[in-house]
Design a binder for this molecule. Structure first.
Ligand code: PDD
Length: 293
């Protein structure tokens, strides 16, 4: 089946989807994005994603390209046209628009909106339990990674270094030696006395929507949660570690550089949180009414 993308007001075959060479996203990375998971045609945490989008847009002093209600409609239409029936992901990008290359904001330019949809394979829970390796690398990003901007060069370079080292993710370390987050995911540990720890959502990290969902699930399970930074040594000595993101859900981290975490497999608290996150996504899918769109 051919994929359909949305480009500035039109639904077009994915292969033909293109933007102008003077789109400011292309020239300046002057734009923001969101990745939203879908399950049986339903969006996972749509509200939270759109709120974060609103925050990112405001931070860059950009306007919505259309009303939030119209944008919600386009997302649904894209899901429908792509017949996303299992798991999927919507990528949504808004840039400041197309204008002759010049650094200041152009006057009278409409923001540009593109969206793509792609089906994802079923979530591999067993692989999430077996876990992944991460390596530690310096956080060389700009000082506002809390804004979900398309300026991801430092993330790309660090992720590539991780992949070349045979790892799944890089955990980025700030100037004080503290872990901020992964290149495309948030970082978590469980201390030996059972405390769940993730960095507070300050300017140094993207406040992940999966992170927020997991904080709520942890609360519902009566888990002791502390939002504070931790360093590599603490993470390497932790009882458990894991990462979270929209497309990775929750994956155990079983090695950080050369240190094996816990017994090299998912730990008990991570397992509980993983299964409740899996149940949560399943419940969102089960709420899809009637025939799968
Ligand atoms: N990545 N931190 C960074 C730097 C990220 O890029 C992401 C998401 C996260 C997790 O956020 P969320 O739970 O809202 O997905 C944390 C997306 C999926 C991406 O760039 O593909």
């Amino acid at each position: 089946m051919s994929r359909i993308a949305y480009v500035n007001g039109r639904y077009v075959p994915h292969r033909q989807a293109a933007v102008h060479i003077e789109d400011r996203g292309y020239q300046f990375s002057d734009g923001v994005y969101e990745v939203i998971a879908t399950v049986r045609g339903r969006l996972v945490d749509e509200e939270a994603h759109l709120q974060r989008l609103d925050r990112s847009l405001s931070a860059l002093r950009m306007r919505w390209p259309m009303t939030p209600a119209a944008l919600r409609f386009v997302v649904r239409e894209l899901i429908r046209r792509n017949r996303l029936s299992g798991l999927g992901a919507i990528y949504l990008q808004i840039t400041r628009g197309v204008a002759p290359r010049n650094h200041p904001f152009p006057a009278g330019v409409e923001p540009a909106l593109v969206m793509t949809a792609r089906p994802l394979p079923p979530f591999d829970v067993e692989a999430a339990r077996r876990g992944v390796r991460v390596i530690a690398l310096p956080d060389e990003r700009w000082k506002r990674p809390d804004i979900k901007s398309v300026s991801l060069l430092a993330n790309v370079l660090a992720k590539q270094q991780a992949v070349e080292a045979g790892a799944y993710e890089a955990w980025l370390v700030d100037d004080k030696g503290l872990i901020t987050e992964g290149t495309a995911s948030n970082a978590w540990i469980v201390t030996r006395d059972g405390e769940l720890v993730t960095r507070q959502a300050d300017r140094a990290i993207l406040n992940g929507i999966t992170r927020c969902a997991l904080i709520n699930l942890a609360g519902a399970h009566g888990v002791r949660l502390v939002e504070r930074p931790f360093d590599i040594a603490e993470a390497q000595n932790a009882a458990e570690a894991f990462l979270t993101s929209t497309t990775s859900w929750l994956k155990a981290v079983v090695r950080i550089d050369d240190a094996v975490i816990g017994d090299g497999r998912i730990g008990p608290l991570s397992e509980r949180l993983l299964s409740s996150y899996v149940d949560r996504v399943a419940a969102i899918g089960a709420a899809a009414s009637g025939t799968v769109r």
